[in-house]
Design a protein around this ligand. Structure first.
Ligand SMILES: Cc1cc2nc3c(=O)[nH]c(=O)nc-3n(C[C@H](O)[C@H](O)[C@H](O)COP(=O)(O)O)c2cc1C
Length: 258
């Protein structure tokens, strides 16, 4: 096997990007990093890639832990792809630092603009705009695969001023993300179908007494919110009228890990 890709995804954007990169590179395996949490990862491949969303202007906690558990030789070509909704900021520089701290290196870091799934903050962009983003992402993925194929060393670093402004918010909010699930509530539309429990990548949702309960080790991927077939899960008081989103090329079955 030449390439191993590991991804994390709540609404399918990063999964789709991982799949497309894998198809273009060929001879590649794709693994959800949530299925190998806490395992020491030693691999003998030519290339290792990680694909994941940007959370609060930086790298998600699960991706941090994944890099810390990765034990690979310095001569393996590594790449990271951050999918995002418009503000990737210093996410890839953060990933680079984690690789170095762990005794390896990040060869290349790319960003892909997708649909912003942070419906707890704002509504999802309309379908027509989503389609335009997907078309642009296809072209970006072509460029990324060419760069990987050529073994390029380049890391997207964002704008230093923007990074500086938003890094304070990242540092303040991200350590508390696991407990932010206290803001999830279910409403009267919930019929305890259990889809939220099945597709939470973190095993953070259980159905108890015919309703979902969140266990406070959340990554904030919003999968429970977006995939609920009855839109019965809300995040705080403002999401009732907001659209639900998932990438159109991904289905519930693709998200269920266990
Ligand atoms: C909790 C949370 C925080 C987010 N923060 C950012 C952000 O700071 N900058 C950004 O561009 N997108 C942000 N997003 C949007 C996601 O990075 C983007 O939609 C990503 O493609 C989702 O990938 P997925 O479908 O694989 O989960 C955020 C999304 C969530 C759920």
């Amino acid at each position: 096997m030449r390439t191993a890709i590991f991804y994390f995804s709540g609404t399918g954007n990063s999964l789709v990007v991982a799949r497309k990169i894998s198809a273009k590179l060929g001879d590649t395996t794709i693994t959800n990093m949530a299925t190998i949490e806490k395992q020491r990862i030693e691999l003998n491949v030519k290339r290792i890639g990680i694909v994941f969303p940007v959370y609060i202007f930086g790298i998600p906690l699960i991706v941090q832990r994944f890099i810390q558990n990765l034990h690979i030789d310095c001569d393996i070509y590594t790449f990271a792809v951050a999918t995002h909704g418009g503000l990737p900021c210093a996410t890839l520089t953060q990933a680079e630092k984690l690789f170095v701290e762990n005794g390896s290196r990040l060869s290349a870091g790319f960003q892909v603009l997708m649909v912003d799934n942070a419906a707890q903050i704002a509504d999802i962009i309309p379908r027509e705009k989503q389609q335009k983003r997907f078309a642009k992402a296809e072209r970006q993925i072509d460029t990324i695969c060419r760069a990987i194929g050529e073994g390029k060393n380049e890391i997207y670093r964002g704008n230093p001023m923007t990074n500086w402004i938003f890094s304070a918010m990242y540092k303040k909010a991200v350590p508390d993300l696991p407990g932010f699930d206290k803001n999830f509530v279910y409403d009267e539309k919930c019929n305890a179908c259990g889809i939220c429990e099945k597709l939470c990548p973190m095993n953070n949702v259980v159905i108890s007494e015919r309703h979902p309960v969140w266990l406070h080790h959340c990554e904030q991927c919003m999968a429970c919110f977006h995939w609920c077939p009855r839109a019965a899960i809300q995040y705080g008081p403002k999401t009732g009228a907001r659209s639900r989103y998932h990438h159109p090329e991904v289905e519930v079955a693709d998200m269920v890990l266990r």
